[in-house]
Design a protein around this ligand. Sequence first.
Ligand SMILES: Nc1ncnc2c1ncn2[C@@H]1O[C@H](COP(=O)(O)OP(=O)(O)O)[C@@H](O)[C@H]1O
Ligand SMILES: [Mg+2]
Length: 394
Amino acid sequence: MFKAGSTLYVSVHKFQQKYLINHLNIQVLINLQKMLRLQKISLFNFKNYEIKTFAFSEKVICISGPNGSGKTNLLDAIYYLCFTKSYFSRQDHLHVREGQQGFRLDGYFSVQGKEEHAVCILRENGKKEFFLNDIRYDKFSAHIGKFPCIFIAPDDVKLIIGGSEERRKFMDLLIAQSDPGYLKNIIIYTKYLEQRNALLFTMRGYAPRHHELLNTLDEQLIRVSQILYQTRCAYMEPFIETVKELFKKIMGSDEAPEIEYYSDLKTRNMHEILKQNLKKDTESGRTTEGIHRDDLIITVNGKPFKNRASQGQRKSLLFALKLGEFEWLSRKKGISPVLLFDDIFEKLDEHKIHNLLTIACKEYQGQVFITDTNAKRMQDIIQHYDPNFQLISL
Ligand SMILES: Nc1ncnc2c1ncn2[C@@H]1O[C@H](COP(=O)(O)OP(=O)(O)O)[C@@H](O)[C@H]1O
Ligand SMILES: [Mg+2]
């Protein structure tokens, strides 16, 4: 494979970007992608699974079974092995099978033919351990991005209609998967912000005054904020263009909402912000402005998208954001992420399903897992996009 930094990679990469953004034709990209496949997964005492192994032999895997049979849990187990945590809940113990003390997940991946064995263990004492090829990670964050993966569930519209925290999390995960330094800076920023807020809390009700510790924390926040802001700007601008093109493609329309990366740092730097807000911050006992309030502002004709958009438009934007993430990671990492589609047939009309599956199963090279309660419906649909799909019935 071409390495980032080599002349050939850079020139092809630039061409790809232009080509992709203009035409969303993935063919050029496909030829340069490293193939990522999950070949086998074993679950032990994970949610409703006591002990179970699934072998995956195809690019498109259809998983069917009645409600409550463990379809979403299986996708979440895959997500765990890619991100060291659940897509749904931060509390690891909730994933232990009822009545048991811990769980174990084994994932056998292949990356361009090279076998990689990932293991996640939650011990009886509640301690989580994660191994790659028998080597234990000191920091789970070091695993993020090794096996890029995207979870898509139509009920996930909180990304569109929820608070700004949802979209910040999305931006952070998007960037962190291809920029390990970014995640480190987010962790540093969060730590200093918490310390600053705790200090401000103790200063509430007093007149703002010189404070040695506050100054030190401010210096750190100013330093990291600038890096984070610049990184987000650099990443979000091209990403937003990709998302808008995908939205048009899924909707089958010429129009897309306006999406803007918003930050308090757009008009003032963090030094000015902290200085100007000192009185307000000490009164309220928290840092009122900064990078921790960034958002993606989505509008149609200047009005909030979430109020104006139909259900179908919301879902299409959700898919566009997630598929945008897919394209992004493919480009940045040279690996097609694994796509996890949960229950998409229930929630989307036929036309949008068609557009979505054309992109995901035909144009993209990544492995796709799709769940549905109705095996026949799923088979009838998927065979038009990839006749070699594998069906797993739970
Ligand atoms: N910690 C747990 N221990 C045992 N069973 C669990 C646990 N958490 C969830 N479940 C069970 O998993 C099932 C839901 O699985 P899920 O993957 O959401 O089903 P599906 O997506 O097929 O509808 C439910 O029957 C639920 O009781
Ligand atoms: Mg489910």
